[in-house]
Design a protein around this ligand. Structure first.
Ligand code: SF4
Ligand code: SF4
Ligand code: SF4
Ligand code: FES
Length: 948
């Protein structure tokens, strides 16, 4: 695509069904009621000059450039604030209007630097365009006073603010309020003295409340707010639409390029997940793709104490294949396995699991969903019949009560959080169930109606107590339950939750949630209209993770909150393609589309397509592979795009497992922490360098498009194919579309998916098949996928991880907006400005008892291990609870997490670890040893030429 900015219709589209007919410049037009005259004109191809209007924001009517004449009306109304009316006759281009517009523009330009030729936005500036559009050729007078020469603000790492170019159209302020919901910007003073200010507490963007989402930069019609990259590289020449590689929201962007250089990522207005918005990660944090630490040549070494040796792709792949074959021959085929990546595309993930099943000859394949959302798969499949969320993101616009449990959307899923906050500002009620006071609990114009600050590890008790309230107070939607669910199972469940031992009052001692508050929250959810539940890893990463997911499903079914817009059960997925990785058959017991490997009919389908017999026995999960390795029976692993040393629990155990293997193949962008234990390193490609698809938390399959040539030479699917070929498999895919065609042939829920449709329609939400040819934005509309909805009794069972005198506090973990997962990408960007190290949040009372102040080094110790980090004394956590993130390898928060895991899926219990905190002088001996290991295992001594 050559460069064309996305069309701007001036004001948002109306959702009304009623059509209104009018005439604009002599042409008949029909548009939905509520459409502005400006938009109606734009839709018929007539562009009315404008400055303060843009179609991502509600109209404001301040610049007076968009004036029109309407027959029968006096004056010249602003077209952006005038809604269409039946029979209206509008004139947009008359001599009178031209004169008026020219006068308005002349005033703006008289107070604007005339440096267009050297301005970064030259050729991409609405002020410049509109001056041309109104025919302004000279400015007849000099202003008495101007705003020229004001100091620029360069504090934000990604964009500059030059107030001398500001026309005070307030598009930035409105973008921050309406689109992002942070309300960081204000217009200070009035009249000539008006100026844009980044909050009151700071005189620059970096020190303000700004979260660097970039919505204001995108909205700015001048070069007042401009990306530093545009200043550095120049304006873009072409654009390619692709999908963000960070979180499970799945924002789509126009990757705007100049030559082979990426200039900026502009959120795509037609993207159905993000509707033109983004967060700091997707919009700005893509510098890691060209980071100097990226490994671009394959490497091998005979032992992990040796330096790496750079080799050619041929040498690396044939060495990898011969090692895998040697180990299979010596120890048996079950000694091999692999891990797929939730950061890679569906097609790449599908190939890795195919390599393991068809090439290695076993089902020892697992994915990082093991450590995050595997309980979602189990819980929702058991209760509803499908391992995925029930709604699209648009659905939240129809919610009346939003229940957020164990999720921190403003940090983890920021673009969806902005949409949720917009709905909350319009009046939806909010219940937050979280041990921490997350930003959602109180932020500008939003306050949770109920914050149930439960003790970590008691989710099931809280949800059961809510169910108790709903059942015993007669708030169940019996008609829904009778029609849609198994009535006998419901009755068993209702009898169970009604027991006195499950009342809020009895459970209060365990949950530490006041019974009255909990009852009020339950009543609100059951009776407040459309109730939607959103949840995250604070639900799944527990010993009762699967039970909690089922307890959530029980609540939704009991209250009839399933099967229409505004309701539902919605896991907020962590990584960009964790949904897709699960869909593609990454679990050891399931083929793509969640069909059990023991199912003969399904297996035969794959066997006839792949031409090999498949092992009917489920394979090993990640923790079992590591156990088997330390037991000496699991010897080789292929890990694509996953850093298990940093992301999995009990780091020492992971390290011991990896160290016990004879062949660890890491396929990644960087020498990550797992690569410290690798023998073969295969360089990976970034999302900018590949074609394929990602599937977001809404089950939305979206294209990933190659915008530049892979620096390492190959897309990741090609590397897997080359490895398969080196092992003797007859694979000949020439494009990921052929892999998707194979997925569609083998997976009923993907039957209607292909690249051609994705190119045409932008995205598709599975299931897409004969029963749902256009995809499925909302699931379980007429009935549950499994038939009758299944109520499951979820008895609260306390975790075995107990606090006591040695470890009196509970540690829970999470993530922060600017960083992503183990930080391998975001730590290699300017995002580090906001988060240079993991901090330990501790309540002032607990801190004072230990003589700890903010900024002090503290020792964080558990039964599994210890680490040190700096303290942040804050009331965001309750007394008795501490919190940290896990983005930095030198903190290694997972050194202290335990081996306890979800009873059904082995998902680790990251959210509950009994710990002690004490003052410390600095890093532990372990951390210092680890730093040395990092240094030594990253030695690269020879070049490709030398190795040849
Ligand atoms: S900074 Fe840009 S968007 Fe904001 S008021 Fe000034 S010109 Fe308008
Ligand atoms: S970058 Fe985002 S949060 Fe910051 S001021 Fe602009 S719109 Fe507001
Ligand atoms: S919200 Fe998620 S998908 Fe969207 S831009 Fe941010 S990281 Fe990317
Ligand atoms: S665009 Fe309508 S008043 Fe500014």
């Amino acid at each position: 695509m050559t460069y064309q900015p996305q069309e701007d219709f001036g004001t948002p589209a109306s959702r009304a069904e009623e059509q209104v007919s009018l005439t604009i410049d002599g042409r008949a037009v029909a548009v939905p009621a509520g459409t502005s005259v400006m938009r109606a004109a734009a839709e018929q191809g007539t562009s009315i000059p404008k400055l303060c209007a843009t179609d991502s924001l509600s109209s404001f009517g301040s610049c007076r450039l968009c004036l029109v004449e309407i027959e029968g009306r006096r004056g010249t109304p602003a077209s952006c604030t005038t809604p269409v009316e039946p029979g209206m006759v509008v004139h947009t281009q008359t001599p009178r209007l031209q004169k008026l517009r020219k006068g308005v523009m002349e005033l703006y330009i008289s107070d604007h630097p005339l440096d267009c030729l050297t301005c970064a936005a030259n050729g991409d500036c609405e002020l410049q365009d509109q001056a041309g559009a109104v025919g302004l050729r000279d400015v007849r007078y000099a202003a008495d006073a101007t705003h020229l020469g004001q100091a620029k603000d360069h504090s934000n790492p990604y964009f500059d603010f030059d107030p001398s170019k500001c026309i005070v159209c307030s598009r930035c302020v409105r973008a921050c309020d309406e689109v992002q919901g942070t309300l960081a910007l204000t217009v200070q003073s009035r009249g000539f003295g008006s100026k844009i200010s980044a909050g009151l507490a700071s005189d620059n963007f970096l020190g303000s409340e700004c979260v660097s989402c970039g919505a204001c930069v995108q909205a700015c019609p001048t070069a007042t707010l401009v990306e530093k990259k545009v200043v550095e590289i120049g304006t873009p020449e072409r654009a390619v639409v692709t999908t963000c590689a960070y979180c499970g929201v799945g924002c789509t962007f126009r990757a705007e390029m100049r030559g082979e250089q990426l200039v900026r990522m502009v959120p795509w207005k037609d993207g159905k997940a993000n509707r033109g918005h983004s967060c700091v990660k997707g919009r700005f944090a893509w510098g890691y793709a060209q980071h100097q630490e990226r490994i671009l040549k394959p490497m091998i070494r005979s032992s992990i104490s040796e330096p790496w040796q750079e080799v050619t792709w041929e040498v690396a792949l044939s060495h990898a294949a011969s090692e895998l074959k040697r180990i299979s021959a010596k120890y048996g085929k079950h000694a091999l396995g692999g891990i797929t990546s939730s950061r890679c595309t569906n097609e790449e993930t599908f190939l890795v699991q195919k390599l393991i099943r068809a090439g290695f000859g076993n089902n020892n394949v697992d994915t990082c969903a093991r450590v995050c959302h595997s309980p979602t798969g189990y819980g929702l499949k058991t209760t509803f019949g499908t391992s995925a969320g029930t709604q699209d993101f648009d659905s939240v616009e129809d919610s009346d009560v939003i229940l957020v449990i164990g999720a921190n959307p403003t940090d983890g899923h920021p673009v969806f959080a902005s949409r949720m906050k917009r709905r909350l500002r319009k009046g939806a009620k909010l219940i937050v169930i979280d041990p921490r006071r997350t930003d959602l609990v109180r932020s500008p114009h939003i306050e949770a109606d109920h914050h149930l600050a439960l003790r970590p590890g008691t989710n099931v008790a809280v949800l059961t107590a809510m169910a108790h309230t709903i059942v015993t107070e007669g708030l169940v939607d019996e008609a829904f339950v009778k029609e849609r669910c198994d009535w006998d199972e419901y009755q068993d469940w209702a009898a169970f939750v009604s027991l006195e031992r499950n009342s809020p009052e009895t459970l209060e001692a365990i949950t530490q949630v006041q019974a009255a508050e909990l009852r009020a929250a339950a009543r609100l959810y059951a009776t407040g209209g459309n109730g939607a539940i959103y949840y995250g890893l604070g639900v799944t990463e527990h010993s009762q993770g699967s039970s909690t997911v089922m307890a959530i499903a029980n609540l939704a079914m009991a209250t009839g909150n399933i099967g229409r817009r505004g309701v539902g059960v919605n896991p907020l997925r962590g990584q960009n393609n964790v949904q897709g990785a699960c869909d593609m058959g990454s679990f050891p017991h399931e083929l793509s589309g969640y069909r059990h490997i023991s199912d003969g009919e399904t297996r035969r389908l794959f066997e006839s397509e792949w031409g090999v017999p498949l092992d009917p026995e489920p394979g090993l999960r990640i923790p079992n592979m590591l156990d088997a390795a330390t037991d000496g029976v699991f010897k080789a692993i292929y890990i694509q795009g996953e850093d298990i040393l940093q992301s999995d629990p009990n780091t020492h155990h992971v390290a011991a497992g990896l160290e016990a293997m004879e062949c660890v193949i890491v396929h990644d962008l960087f020498l990550n922490e797992t690569a410290n234990y690798a023998h073969i390193f295969l360089p990976g490609s970034t999302f900018l360098e590949k074609n394929g698809t990602f599937t977001n938390a809404e089950r939305r399959i979206q294209p990933v498009r190659k915008v530049m040539t892979p620096l390492n030479g190959y897309e990741d699917w090609e590397v897997t194919q080359l490895l398969a070929q080196a092992m003797g498999l007859d694979w000949n895919y020439s494009h990921p579309s052929e892999i998707m065609d194979e997925i569609a042939r083998l997976t009923p829920s993907f039957a209607g998916v292909n690249f051609e449709r994705l190119d045409k329609e932008g995205s598709l939400q599975w299931p897409v098949n004969e029963a749902a040819p256009d995809g499925s934005p909302i699931m379980h509309i007429d009935g549950f996928v499994r038939g009758k909805g299944k109520f499951v009794v979820t008895d609260y069972v306390p975790t075995d991880e107990k606090t006591g005198p040695r470890f009196p506090l509970l540690l829970t973990t999470g993530r922060i907006l600017s960083q992503y997962n183990v930080g391998a990408q975001t730590r290699r960007t300017e995002n580090s400005v906001w988060h240079q190290e993991d901090l330990l949040e501790i309540h002032p009372v607990d801190a004072e008892n230990r003589g700890i102040k903010s900024g002090d080094w503290v020792r964080l110790a558990s039964r599994a291990g210890e680490t040190t980090l700096r303290a942040d004394v804050t009331e965001r956590v309750a007394p008795g609870v501490v919190y940290t993130t896990f983005h930095h390898p030198m903190t290694q928060a997972n050194v202290v997490t335990t081996d306890y895991s979800d009873w059904a899926t082995n998902c680790p219990e990251y959210k509950v670890t009994a710990v002690q905190i004490s003052p410390s002088n600095g890093p532990t001996e372990w951390q210092e040893d680890y730093a040395e290991l990092q240094r030594s295992s990253r030695r690269i001594e020879t070049t490709v030429e030398a190795a040849e």
